[in-house]
Write a protein that binds this ligand. Structure first.
Ligand SMILES: Cc1ncc(COP(=O)(O)O)c(C=O)c1O
Length: 417
């Protein structure tokens, strides 16, 4: 694909190369096992333990053997994703970018695979999705990995022994608050001591943010969210920065995935391709909707918007957080097209926070995010690290004024109960 095509075009056509049928819609491949070539000369034996790994055996167009190693729907998804996740890289004669995208059964399966690949002795991490901390605690149990606060001083990182081969793991924008951190700053801090920077960019899908442009070595996504976009599939993604080291690591990850076993199901792989086609449209709309709603809520809370509705909001909503409210100058470059479609609000008390979701008609009271439908969650249901007055809001592709109206009606209903 010429590098000049825009993401909207790439999402439709980057995987045309995978098509070996005349179907316009990608076919669904369900087989777990594949017939070997009938020409004995084309039989490529699996690599010896000390043999160099190559894309010919492990890449997205390697001959199919068994679906725990590679499967057509997932490989096609990796091919399409590569065109979106590496906007600043072009394939060379030795690299095919799709090899550097590795999909997994879920976001957490991807994070586990990341730790299995890097085997850090120390991880700098703090806050963000609580599930990733659960994965880290499994690694603490297995081999005693240590953690240090991501935002701690250089002295504290020194004291923790964070150095070559270790991992700085930054989630931005952050779950559940929707606030951002400067990727470049953490890339510099990590690289200065020979550590790798991984970025969980789940809240910043390709239309919103390119962590590689700011120094990330490995980018992770829960593809369950914006890639899937319809709340009906689980998916995890690791994208490894192209280059000598990254290409080698990506091939190793592909081999390790065979033994971790956490591969995407065949149907999910197909759903992923289908969903990717509309990701650009969805994410743009969701981000714009969220920016509008956050500006409105914040305006009501701070008093720049006045009137009866604003009074109602101010009476109930104490605080709203979202990267569009941050004043940091790096954000205009890091997220030039708008903020994430998730933000958090705090209500006056826990009873109010528990009851608002069930007063709304257009927001499902449910966890997760990134789907076409708006969700609101009393976050204490799934996360024991947050205050019980917090609600996490994930904005869908509905009309934002309808969502605003629903919110006002919900607040009114709380007052009349
Ligand atoms: C930022 C972030 N990372 C990772 C995950 C885990 O993804 P999955 O649920 O696909 O395992 C989530 C899930 O909510 C998330 O929000």
């Amino acid at each position: 694909m010429p590098p000049s095509y825009q993401p909207a075009t790439l999402a439709i056509h980057a995987d045309d190369v995978c098509s070996n049928t005349t179907d316009v819609a990608p076919p669904i491949h369900l087989s777990t096992t594949y017939r070997y070539p009938s020409d004995p000369l084309q039989l490529i034996p699996s690599p010896e333990a000390d043999e160099e790994l190559t894309p010919e055996v492990l890449g997205t167009d390697a001959p199919l053997v068994y679906s725990r190693l590679a499967a057509p729907n997932a490989s096609r998804l990796e091919t399409a994703l590569a065109s979106l996740l590496f906007p600043s890289f072009t394939a060379t004669s030795t690299t095919k970018l799709s090899t550097n995208v590795v999909v997994y059964a879920s976001g957490l399966a991807a994070f586990h695979a990341l730790l299995v690949s890097v085997v850090p002795k120390v991880i700098a991490v703090s806050g963000g999705y609580h599930g990733c901390h659960g994965v880290i605690s499994l690694h603490k149990k297995m081999h005693g990995v240590k953690t240090v606060d991501l935002h701690a001083s250089e002295e504290e990182w020194d004291k923790a022994g964070l150095g070559k081969g270790d991992l700085v793991h930054l989630e931005t924008p952050l779950n559940p608050t929707g606030e951002s951190y400067e990727i470049e700053k953490y890339a510099k801090r990590a690289h200065a001591r020979g550590a790798l920077l991984s970025v969980d960019s789940t809240f910043g899908p390709p239309q919103l943010q390119d962590p590689f442009a700011w120094g990330a070595d490995i980018v992770m996504h829960s593809g369950t969210k914006y890639v899937g976009g319809h709340s009906d599939m689980l998916c995890g993604i690791l994208a490894v920065k192209p280059g000598v080291e990254g290409d080698k690591r990506a091939l190793e990850m592909r081999l390790e995935r065979l033994f971790l076993g956490g591969v995407m199901g065949n149907l999910e792989g197909w759903l992923g391709i289908r969903s990717l086609r509309t990701m650009e449209l969805r994410v743009k709309r969701q981000s714009k909707n969220a920016d509008n709603l956050v500006a409105w809520l914040d305006g009501c809370i701070r008093g720049s918007i006045t009137g009866e509705e604003a009074d109602l909001v101010k009476h109930h909503v104490v605080k709203v957080t979202h990267s569009s409210l941050q004043k940091d100058s790096y954000l205009a470059q890091q997220m030039p097209n708008g903020g994430p479609a998730v933000f958090a609000i705090w209500l006056a008390d826990s009873t109010a926070a528990r009851s608002l979701p069930s007063k709304l008609k257009l927001f499902h009271h449910a966890t997760s995010l990134g789907g076409v439908e708006s969700l609101i969650e009393w976050r204490r249901m799934s996360d024991n690290t947050v205050e019980d007055t917090m609600l996490r809001v994930s904005i869908g592709i509905e009309d934002w004024n309808d969502l605003r109206f629903d919110f006002i009606e919900g607040l009114k209903a709380m007052d009349t109960k």
